[in-house]
Ligand binder design. Sequence first.
Ligand code: 5GP
Length: 216
Amino acid sequence: MYRKTVYRKTAKLFVIAAPSGAGKTTLVKALTARRPELRFSISYTTRRKRRNEVHGVDYLFVDVDEFRRLKERGALLESAEVFDNLYGTSRTQVQAHLDAGHPVILEIDWQGAAQVREAMPECVSVFVLPPSVEELEHRLRSRRTDTDAVIERRLKDALSDMSHWDEFDHVIVNDRLEQAVADLESVLAGTGTSSAVSNPEVREAVAQILARPGER
Ligand code: 5GP
């Protein structure tokens, strides 16, 4: 009972966004292992289900008409088009987790993050960056499943996504996983001043990451 009261007081909404190749999924998985009280919202998407994915676990897979209906009746806290598919967060799911006293993590893109910040200004938003553009390219290329054209597009999209880092409360550089998880845990605990976007050291580190090789 007492424990539940404590959760209720600290329940919060966290938004995590990252370009593909930043290693967000690995980071969030490692975090969940250490913080079992966290809850994830299962998004709606019109994207086709991949072979290893399960409806209701990875996503709620819906067609475009169903997605539009959900949006029209206000069921989505945010929604966005990402890589030609529609994605959206269920308002009732998020609210139910928060009401039950659990911190909630939304793994969404920067456009969705902007909408959540608008709708729920008390949320804490985090942008995950790769250690360098070269490393990002390397990570994207080592995914053997993609064609060169897909990789080029993902790289271009990733660079454009990364230009939105400044809109977030925190930036975490996913260089060493252990450190990145620790940084993320600090943000969840409300003590993550070293990753705050307002921190000049963070701004300098981001400038280095985003600089083209010739500018460094
Ligand atoms: P994937 O299709 O590879 O699982 O995800 C592609 C992108 O869609 C990722 O950047 C992911 O963060 C984003 N995404 C997943 N769910 C949502 C959502 O509910 N809303 C928004 N805005 N983006 C999402």
